[in-house]
Design a binder for this molecule. Structure first.
Ligand code: ASP
Length: 325
């Protein structure tokens, strides 16, 4: 039994491991671990109290994958429901032929299955951080007008320029990743995020895109990503890594190759990327484009999780015509 997670999964990894020890499945462990992160008000990139979009609305993305069958479930742009990972699991497990539900359809589904709904998804402190973030780039006009409420913006409000100014590549990182191997040797993976701070409404990242931010296949292994989701979508990162395992690469080689694919992307917007991965033998690895980044792991015989340093593959960042160091 093994669980690996991004470092913000520390709050959930013990309970996830307890679930495995009590006979729970890898899917159970992934869901339990991620739910605890989604409910954590101190974590501003996942679930409740995440950073909202440019309009001050919190839109959640999540997915999970069952390595036994490659069954998957995902939701995108989910508002009002803190446990996006549980809604994603229901998309997979209810008797419907879909994998990904987004926006109002996802919310309708969540309502129909009676998923836990919270009236307020943001604390006043985060609304204030959002307002300051917009004021910092000169969007004072309408932010000031909103006083202490989530704003009512009309369809005519121009957002394009503000999104470009306000989204901050330094804040792009933030997703929780969990991958588990249970007592039967089955593998599952899951990810959940509130996406970029101040993103354009309707922007969907890699987290709900199976093959981009998340992938699990019992026969080879699993991978989950955090970082600039657009890059993982373009490179098909999580699926690529598992495919490299299938092609016979070692876990280390496969992970490095997946990072090199990201490093080689063209285009004007390139930010940071991180991944964690394991193979079916229980070897695990973490990679990052940032030096000193860590991930965590726990086996059944460990009392608590252990931190591991991620291997570094530098990806020179750029934002429009500005290089990022
Ligand atoms: N990958 C997430 C997204 O692009 C955010 C992150 O992990 O930084 O939505």
């Amino acid at each position: 039994m093994l669980i690996i997670a991004s470092s913000n999964g520390a709050i959930g990894i013990d309970q996830a491991m307890d679930a495995l020890k009590n006979g729970g499945s890898a899917l159970d462990a992934v869901e339990i671990g991620i739910r605890l992160v989604e409910a954590n008000p101190e974590e501003h990139s996942v679930g409740y109290n995440g950073y909202p979009n440019i309009l001050g609305e919190l839109e959640l993305d999540a997915s999970l994958m069952d390595g036994r069958t490659l069954d998957s479930g995902a939701v995108a742009l989910l508002r009002g429901y803190p446990y996006a990972i549980s809604v994603a699991r229901q998309v997979m497990e209810r008797d419907i032929p879909h994998v990904l539900l987004a926006g109002e359809g996802a919310e309708r589904f969540a309502r129909e299955i009676k998923a836990e709904q919270w009236e307020s998804m943001l604390t006043p402190e985060i609304v204030e951080v959002w307002r300051e973030g917009l004021e910092a780039v000169g969007a004072t006009q309408w932010v000031a007008r909103q006083s202490d409420k989530i704003p009512e913006i009309t369809d005519q409000t121009p957002l394009l320029d503000w999104v470009k100014l306000a989204t901050d590549p330094e804040r792009v990182h933030g997703t929780v990743n969990f991958i588990a191997i249970d007592g039967n040797g089955d593998i599952a993976s899951g990810v959940s995020t509130s996406g970029w701070a101040w993103k354009y409404p309707g922007r969907i990242g890699d987290s709900p895109i199976i093959g981009a931010g998340n992938y699990a296949d019992n026969r080879y292994g699993a991978c989950a990503c955090t970082g600039m989701g657009e890059m993982a979508i373009r490179a098909g990162t999580a699926r690529s890594l598992v495919l490299y395992l299938k092609m016979g690469m070692s876990l280390g080689e496969a992970a490095r190759q997946a990072m090199m694919d990201l490093r080689d992307l063209g285009g004007d917007y390139i930010g940071g990327m991180n991944l964690i991965a394991l193979d079916r033998n229980g070897e695990h690895v973490g990679m990052s484009s940032r030096a000193g980044a860590i991930y965590i792991y726990q086996t059944a015989s460990m009392k608590s999780y252990q931190e591991c340093e991620r291997d570094l593959v530098k990806i020179p960042g750029r934002w429009g015509n500005r290089p990022l160091d």
